[in-house]
Design a protein around this ligand. Structure first.
Ligand code: MIC
Ligand code: SF4
Length: 749
């Protein structure tokens, strides 16, 4: 299948690239080639719009926590089968507690209903199904589905992981996926091109994680918005395919649309190691289409909107955190930073795994440190956890004795799943009231994300450093240089790029993919009418044709408001298929600018204070009122979860007015029929007061590119008018009128 997809794509690239060069009048970057190779003929309903691309992806990947809503929306399109190859991966729902075996058994029993629904939908509509234990979506995609030059959409923000293989991976909300699965082209504002030239070689303790942490320090969590990062140069060529995947994966933390490495011998080596030698041979024959044109590589400045350069030789290992991935400190400065900021120096846990850093190379190199420590008679000072990225990685590492090194060190082996990375962690702590620090090789560290405690200081680093710190046990003791026992200091980690015998081919039965039958008509969709986990969707009502008038402000959020704050995960993942139930978590982690509280506010109609936002919104709804949310900068940063747009929509939020938005969240709001507006002058955020009523005027005249007026009516009846921007294209305007994007696709009765 991937071979066939690749074959037809390479033919298409050969046909369209000369034309694309002619159109632009210059040589092409790799990003431009892949966008041109996937351009859709314009859909009949939309004339060309400046700056908007319509693309035909090659594949779609869904993970269990987002697949439920994506499929519930797909059902509404009334199709018999998905229109393109797609897969479902069960990885987010397994909670880490006692270790892989018991955790998987418990998870299977606890979420049986959801897995049965997803499995039946996969068989009925023609998707591959990867059961719990098979691995984390992005690792399984890298091993099986990603191919050089491909375009892959995934209902998860770390889908760009596939860029490690030269495959353009883009994270989307479930509504986007549902449309693409129903055969529609996918719409993307034309991204800006950010070139990153890598020179030199990584040395000592520096790893690919440090490349992306360096970029996070420089660009921040907003710096990649609406950009595709394209890496090249001899430094890029020196990195392994899985190391490249780490860098592309965490491009999501920059807010980037995607990240991409060119196809070369190292990509081929990974394809061969994962049993796809034929694909490598095919890609070799088309290498010119799968890398930037030589003129671009020779003089990149003229071909990218922005260009950065990193000399890998100068990179030192770094640690990010707490609370945000762009707060980056070189390890050498960490002890001083810990003292200066008063972060808890004691580490409560060290965790290796997640979709970012759980390859055979990562865990093999980390294990080299475990062996050094063992030989010196050392034991980790803090609980150490290890989660291989997939069953296949786990099997390979078992074969090669790597997991034995972790076991010898007393590490708890977790299932090949997301686990503590998404708050699926029954963490036992001696004193829950006492904040501590944890260190992981994950990609996100927002407050409350890992163990549900907002006070835990979560730090991120490479798997190698994470393991080394387990032996110093403290953030203020540099494990690279400290004498951890008389006469012993660590030597830098070492390990093979790929296992000598390739990745193990035979995976235990339970962790194998289930391919769908050729025909799914007779398959019954498993969804109980009285389920508390799954509920069929009722379409959102269309716009009533009126301006939004005098809406109470449900929340004015101050500071970083991630999707983890708008729709927390952890225990709430239970209700990802039940819109009404999950809406009880609405904005439970958002900081209320009026009161300084987190997750609660004042009902301005009844005057009741300290109410949860869901209770307030439900009360306004009972009174027949809608409401508005006011957000700060980069509102909706973090994940692709569309629950952060669907829950507000379900509870009556009509408009979100923010200083700026993260890309996926803004699209999710549009898709679900909420109006996302940005202040023309970001300083106007300050103007919004607790008892203001917010109106949006002139909605009938809403036009792409034209500003709108937001009126704040004060308690004393006076008003202030502000200018705001909406980013709706013509096609997206139709979503707003219809009440949601899906309403425009629904078969009419
Ligand atoms: C995440 O890392 O935040 C998640 C959980 O993988 C999300 C998807 C989700 O919320 O289900 C993401 O990154 O898109
Ligand atoms: Fe899973 Fe964490 Fe990766 Fe999200 S970031 S897909 S929760 S491992």
């Amino acid at each position: 299948m991937p071979l066939q997809l690749a074959h037809s794509l390479y033919q298409r690239l050969a046909a369209v690239l000369p034309e694309a060069r002619q159109q632009t009048g210059r040589p092409l970057t790799l990003t431009e080639k892949l966008l041109a190779g996937h351009a859709a003929p314009l859909p009949a309903m939309a004339a060309p719009e400046p700056g908007v691309l319509f693309l035909l992806p090659d594949r779609v990947a869904l993970q269990d926590a987002t697949a439920q809503m994506a499929l519930l929306q797909f059902l509404q399109a009334g199709r018999d089968r998905v229109a393109l190859p797609a897969s479902i991966h069960c990885d987010h729902l397994i909670q880490a507690q006692a270790g892989a075996g018991p955790d998987l058994a418990r998870g299977l029993a606890e979420h049986q209903e959801v897995f049965a629904f997803l499995g039946s939908a996969a068989r009925k509509y023609g998707l591959d199904f990867w059961p719990p234990g098979a691995g984390i979506i992005h690792q399984v995609v890298l091993e099986n589905y990603a191919f050089p030059g491909g375009l892959l959409l995934g209902t998860d923000s770390h889908t760009p992981n596939a860029g490690g293989l030269g495959c353009l991976g883009i994270g989307v909300g479930g509504a986007d996926a549902a449309e693409v699965l129903a055969g529609l082209p996918w719409e993307l504002p034309r991204p800006r091109r950010l070139g990153v030239r890598l020179t030199g070689r990584l040395t000592g303790w520096a790893t690919p994680k440090d490349v992306i942490l360096r970029l996070l320090a420089e660009l921040t969590v907003r710096g990649g918005t609406h950009k595709i990062l394209e890496y090249f140069g001899d430094g890029a060529a020196s990195l392994s395919a899985t190391g490249r995947a780490t860098i592309c994966n965490m491009g999501a933390e920059l807010g980037a649309t995607s990240s991409l490495f060119p196809y070369d011998a190292r990509t081929a080596r990974y394809l061969v190691a994962t049993g796809r030698g034929e694909l490598a041979t095919l890609a070799d024959a088309h290498q010119a289409s799968l890398t930037a044109d030589p003129e671009v590589l020779a003089a990149p400045a003229g071909f990218f909107d922005e260009l950065l350069e990193i000399d890998l030789t100068t990179l030192a290992p770094q640690v990010a955190g707490p609370h945000t991935p762009d707060r980056v400190t070189p390890v050498g400065d960490l002890a001083a930073a810990v003292r200066e900021h008063g972060w808890p120096p004691e580490l409560g846990a060290c965790l290796v795994g997640s979709c970012t850093n759980s390859s055979t190379e990562d865990l093999g190199r980390a294990a080299s440190l475990l062996r050094q420590a063992r030989d010196a008679g050392l034991r980790p000072r803090v609980p150490l956890f290890v989660a291989p990225g997939s069953a296949r990685v786990a099997r390979t590492l078992e074969r090669d004795g790597v997991l034995a090194a972790f076991a010898e060190a007393g590490a708890t082996r977790l299932a090949a799943a997301c686990g503590p990375c998404i708050g699926q962690w029954a963490r036992s702590v001696a004193d829950p009231a006492r904040p501590d620090s944890i260190l992981s090789s994950f990609n996100r560290n927002f407050p409350g994300r890992n163990d549900g405690r907002r006070t835990t200081c979560s730090f991120l680093a490479s798997p190698e450093l994470t393991v080394a710190y387990a032996f110093s046990g403290r953030l203020d003791v540099d494990p690279r240089t400290a004498e951890l026992t008389p006469g012993f200091t660590f030597q830098p980690p070492t390990g093979p790029e790929l296992p000598a015998g390739g990745l193990a081919a035979d995976v235990a039965d339970a962790a194998q993919v289930v391919h769908p039958p050729a025909e799914g008509h007779a398959v019954v969709l498993e969804i109980a009418p009285d389920s508390e986990r799954l509920a069929l969707l009722t379409p959102f009502p269309p716009w009533d044709g009126e301006d939004l008038q005098e809406l109470p402000v449900l929340l004015k959020a101050r500071g970083k408001t991630t999707t983890d704050a708008i729709s927390p995960a952890g225990p709430w993942l239970r209700f990802r298929g039940h819109l009404d139930r999950i809406s009880d978590n609405l904005c439970a982690g958002a900081l209320n600018a009026f009161t300084g509280e987190t997750g609660t506010g004042t009902n301005v109609i009844s005057g009741e204070k300290n109410q949860s936002f869901s209770a307030i919104a439900r009360d306004y709804q009972r009174r027949g009122l809608g409401c508005a949310v006011v957000g700060d900068a980069n509102y909706g940063e973090g994940s692709s979860r569309e629950h952060a747009a669907m829950s507000p929509r379900h509870l009556g939020v009509k408009v979100v007015l923010a200083r700026s938005f993260a890309r996926i969240h803004e699209t999710n709001l549009k898709k679900q029929g909420i109006l996302p507006l940005t202040f023309a002058d970001p300083a106007d955020w300050e103007q919004v007061q607790a008892d203001d009523r917010l109106s949006v005027l002139g909605l009938r005249e809403l036009t792409p590119g034209q500003p709108v007026t937001v009126r704040l009516t004060r308690a004393d009846g006076t008003h202030v008018d502000l200018r705001a921007h909406h980013g709706l294209t013509r096609r997206q305007l139709a979503w707003f009128w219809a009440g949601s994007a899906l309403n425009t696709q629904r078969p009419q009765p």
